[in-house]
Unconditional design. Sequence first.
Length: 397
Amino acid sequence: MNKLIIITVLIVLFLIPASVFAVNDIKILNSTTKIDYPNSLTFNIKAESSSPIIRVRLLYKVDKMTYAPVFAEAWPEFTREKSVSTSWTWDMRKGSLPPGATVTYSWVIENGLGNKLETPEEKLTFEDTRYKWQKVARDKVNIYWYQGNRSFADELLKASQDALSRLAQDTGATLENPVSFYIYANYKDLRGSLVAPEEWTGGVAYAGFNIISIGIAPSNLEWGKKAVAHELGHLVTHQISFSPYGADLPPWLDEGLAMHAEGQQSQEDRDALVKAIEIGRISTLRSLSSPFSADAEEAYYAYAQSQSVIEFLINKYSKDNINNLLLLLKDGNTMDEALIKIYGFDLSGLDEAWIQFMMADSLHETAGETAVYRYITMAGQISSHQLASDLSFLSVL
Ligand SMILES: [Zn+2]
């Protein structure tokens, strides 16, 4: 009988996992973190054990939209003793996290007896602690700001809500995950929050994080409202089309939707586009599928054309078509495949249809100008790949 009890005890001892011993054996005395925004994040740990600690590991990961959220490992330096105090600094100078990014971490400590302790996962927010942030929020939008009164932030929040309803109503696209805006008081402060800012940086959208940093002075509110709407437009479309197979959205679609989130295109921009079509200086959507030119004038036309093409699709077709287009792109369809499935034409067909729409529109506004009418009739007959050069020729007629 005694023998049986001893065997049972031994079996139970073997069955108990090592970590249960470890909990009693290895103790965490202190675990802290320190943010030095935007350059570094330091994790400190103090642990003790009845036998020397031989291994200390930090597991950490950043919460962002990804399909393979894996923990990275860091190995801080220390001396093998019963009491260990060490730290590891994440040097962010080669790619900082945005303000408000969430980091999940835990420590794994092992001693010479083979015992192991893994601390429960903890979360920290990588805040830009140099400023005293206030927050307003509605639905899925959070706005953090530190300069300007409450109504300044409320106006920006309202601009975000207006942009969301415009997108939902016109395209069927809605925000899936919450978005946070960090409103810096000016460009100087904004650039101070970035590790290696470009001279001209006025805002940064961290799409995978659903975080946007913008420099908006309270005196520059009107521009700020447009900037908030524009960046929100980018995030809505990115959230919808994000997938492991989905390629990046072409700039004409991405920027066109972001411009539409800001509001209706101005008559001035529309007129400029019609003139550009007439003199053949408009780009094909295939060329606007590569990053836009840095040249100010070319960029102006690229944005205006993208916005106009989106407005054309919204005005002429069912409102949910654009959302469905984004979903097809998410599923790995090419742009031509997705367009044909939804609209019945490919990218070149869209070029052609848009130009006809624009010219018909301009004809409607300037009824009586027969030269323009002839021009449309002829433009409708030429093949799309010749369109740009042919139009410049026709416009001479
Ligand atoms: Zn944009």
